[in-house]
Design a protein around this ligand. Structure first.
Ligand code: GTR
Length: 326
């Protein structure tokens, strides 16, 4: 290559890059409570890449991780008004807004992660996604949140009796408050970002979460007893503000929906790897993991929670259909 053609090539490349960099007509804001590198954060980034490519660089997503835009409950409100365009959250904080989400947040509703996938990938998942619309959100994709178990700073929990009187943080949802009461513990609903210091100062004795969150939040440093009772398999959701969605052309709406859908397998693969890595890190740090406990008393204690929260024919029918899904 001559010097001239090298310069021309370099110029062309920079024009192409500058063009690509400045071509975003819309840069959507997306919120996530988790740190950079966490599977949900990376999945939405992957979705953003797909969207950018498929729209010839017009539609871009900027992911604000680590709760930069706020805690989940607040960002859910801001998403309704289109201040935030996309939001990746647990279904838990949506329970008091979209009642259908309470059903998939009931303890032990899913027999395992495969059962959850089967349900959320099928017609019930479609129904659940559509249930967001009247409330100002477009349900785009369901992500994984593994299974959640209890951890605490005080003692190994080996039976339901050990839960008595413990102060345990839950996500801000009445379902989880009632779940804790049914176990004889005192529920403390609070934002995720306050849990570490609350454990450290003894405001709470424990909390509950999956391996990747237990690890990435550092909670394992201040609450080393982790009991694998696996009481919750709550799916996570990626929603879009209906206000933002309605501004798009039908073609762009379809691009958004497809890219979100295509981010699900990416997320699932990252999740499996992260779960294993998180478990290894937490165990290496000296956490005491209590497994093989008898879950039956935990499951039986949840009857009043089902009665209280699956309290309409519609929600009861949903429970039945989920349980009947093979
Ligand atoms: C995590 C979940 C977050 C958040 C958090 C919590 O597992 O991914 O969206 O809900 O739990 O406990 O608040």
């Amino acid at each position: 290559m001559t010097t001239f053609s090298k310069i021309t090539a370099a110029l062309l490349t920079s024009v192409v890059f500058a063009g690509a960099a400045s071509a975003c007509e819309i840069t959507f804001k997306s919120s996530d409570t988790h740190p950079d590198g966490y599977p949900t954060v990376e999945a939405v980034k992957a979705m953003g890449k797909m969207l950018e490519e498929r729209s010839n660089g017009r539609l871009c997503i900027e992911v604000f991780h680590s709760a930069q835009l706020g805690e989940e409950k607040d960002t859910i409100e801001q998403t309704k008004f289109g201040v935030i365009d996309f939001n990746r959250v647990s279904l838990g904080p949506f329970n008091n807004i979209v009642e259908e989400t309470k059903v998939v947040s009931l303890p032990y509703i899913f027999r395992g992660v495969d059962h959850m996938h089967k349900v959320m990938d099928g017609p019930i998942g479609d129904e659940m996604a559509a249930a967001f619309e009247p409330h100002g959100y477009v349900g785009l994709a369901f992500y994984d949140g593994g299974s959640r178990s209890f951890y605490n700073s005080q003692k190994p929990i080996t039976s339901i009796d050990d839960m008595k009187g413990m102060k345990v943080r839950v996500m801000q949802s009445d379902v989880f408050v009632d779940m804790m009461s049914a176990l004889g513990a005192n529920a403390t609903p609070m934002p995720y970002g306050e849990v570490y210091s609350s454990l450290q100062t003894g405001v709470i004795d424990g909390a509950e979460n999956n391996w990747p969150s237990f690890e990435s939040s550092g909670h394992f440093e201040v609450a080393k007893y982790y009991t694998l009772d696996e009481h919750l398999i709550v799916p996570e959701v990626l929603v879009m503000s209906k206000a933002s969605y309605d501004k798009l052309s039908a073609e762009d709406q379809a691009l958004v929906r497809q890219a979100a859908k295509d981010s699900v397998p990416v997320m699932r693969e990252l999740w499996v790897a992260r779960e294993a890595a998180s478990e290894e890190k937490v165990r290496a740090a000296g956490a005491e993991v209590i497994k093989d406990i008898d879950k039956t008393p935990f499951i039986e204690a949840m009857v009043p929670v089902y009665e209280k929260h699956a309290n309409t024919p519609k929600l009861q029918d949903l429970v039945k259909r989920i349980q009947a899904t093979e």
